[in-house]
Design a protein around this ligand. Sequence first.
Ligand code: KG4
Length: 340
Amino acid sequence: MLILAFESSCDETAVALVEDGRKIISNQVFSQADLHAVYGGVVPEIASRCHVEAISILTEKCLNEAGIDKKDIDAVAVTYAPGLIGALLVGVNFAKSFAWVLGVPIIPVHHIKGHIAANYLAFPELEPPFLCLSISGGNSLLVNVKSYTDMEILGSSRDDAAGECFDKTARVLGLPYPGGKHVQALAEGGDKNKYVFPIGNIAGSPYDMSFSGLKTAVINLVHNAEQKGEEIDRASLAASFTKAVSDSLVPRTMMAAEELGYKKIAVAGGVAANKDIRQDFREQCDRRGIELFIPPMNLCGDNAAMIGAQAYYEYLAGNTADIDLNAYASLDLDSDGAFR
Ligand code: KG4
């Protein structure tokens, strides 16, 4: 089954063709990051306008590169939640028009389920059930993936997402947006034990996370040093900060795997591209004999191939929508199905 998939929930316009949920035929991503960098974060209005300009060009590129005729497309998939509402609406309306013209089903996909499904593209052997930590710019979720479509949130960040915390740390260090990869580069050669940062825990909710205290601690450290005219060891600060994020994510995920009896852990989302966090997961999983799945870098960030992958399983579960499909800025993973 050939699915044409669209993703426009934030600042990447993406179009992909995916076969049977597992094989990428074409995967086109246009990142708007440079346009937003000057503002230090995503400007929703600019993002929406940019999606409008990019989406048809990217669709044509996707079909041309794949050498696929429109009549060979069996269904159209689109991210319908969560995200920036204006940005989502561009993808949803474009996808609905495309599906209507072709006379094929439209499959709405929850963005986080898409991130999790990026692992199906990278690992043909991976099948639910498994535990997944999804860490991106907007969400940090520990998810019990019971089946391809039935998922339960075990824990989530009570405040900032892990990616947001990377971006704010980058900003206070004068690094460009989006900051994750710049913090990673700066951390190389730094001493990860030089600065001690707090790790947020929520009493009575062991799987929930909190990153706002860590963000504030980094900002205070930098501002205090500036006021006193003291030099900061920037590489060690970046390394110590990354260690604090990793220490908040990895042991929590291991604890959940142990309690739920999982021997398969997947990690997903933009922050899963972080080399040190990947390494910490690898070490802890090896130690426990747990199989670890983390997509390659190009499938960690936002893309449409992951939407096409999840769409295949949504289609098999009968989760298609009508032409009145709407977009939703926020929607919990476990209350997915707002289109019905
Ligand atoms: O999944 P994603 O592309 O978009 C959302 O759905 O949010 O994630 C973007 C986030 C940004 O906060 C970015 O700074 C972070 O992923 N990120 C990283 C790295 N690469 C991207 N964070 C840490 N280390 C990286 N190498």
